[in-house]
Design a protein around this ligand. Sequence first.
Ligand SMILES: [Zn+2]
Length: 303
Amino acid sequence: MSNECNLIKDILPLYVEDMVSTDTREFVSEHLEHCAKCHVEFERMRNSTKPIPDTDAEMVPLKKIKKGLFIKRLQTIFFTAILACTIVTVVFGILTSPKFFPYSDNLLNVMDRHNGNIIITFDKKVTGYSCIKEFNGETEVYRVNAWTTAWDLYSSNRGNQNVVIPSEGETKIQIFFTQNNGSEDVLIYGLNDKTQENIVTLPRQILMPYFILAFFALVILAVLRFLLRNKQAIIVWIDRTILFPISYMAAQLCTKGINFTTYSLQRDFCIIILVAILFYFAMLTGKVLYKAKKSDRCQRFTE
Ligand SMILES: [Zn+2]
């Protein structure tokens, strides 16, 4: 009997795969019926090669494939939508970035109405302005600037912009026009008492340190990733985190180029952060899609 068992053992792999002739199949089946030892071996082999029972074999993978396709389609839609949002935001950011006007005689007209209000009327080409109030001792100091945007050039004309500055007779008022191009601020209302002379409104450099910070975070995470490359659980988290500084840097380069100065910090920063968030999710989804595609290709290859 032992000889026959050895023979059966040799044939079993083919038998399990159903790659034997009818005669051989009958011979093996007959042996398995009365030999417990070979039957155990047969069960073990069958379970290891066919984890899914034959009856469901056709249904389950089909369902799985359908579900997988559905998820992949959703991810692709999400990825495309988020990429479209990013492009729209970047374009919107560039089109609406303020182009500041330097001072000229016909840019604005200051009127003292003697009813307590000072009115600054800008030329039609001005589509936006800001007016910041400060105190310099007893004097109220206003800093006004004016801009237009590429967007406003193509949109409908909104008429002249006005700034109304209330004045209460006794308080001294000085109004400066800030040129935002490195030139001196121009006094457009009030007495020149020499206390505010030669003031240049400088661009804020705050975007530079943030960029450097993001760069250092990227370097540190890259080093950590290299050092901990064998710890899969940590690598997953590093890979997710490393996308933050990458997103921020990409967002800054897309919206501001390599210009790290800004006269309108809040606006620029908001747009950078918004684009960075969009980039982050685009990259996260893109990575999932890329991985799925790669594993698809591997599967096809092994099959
Ligand atoms: Zn046997």
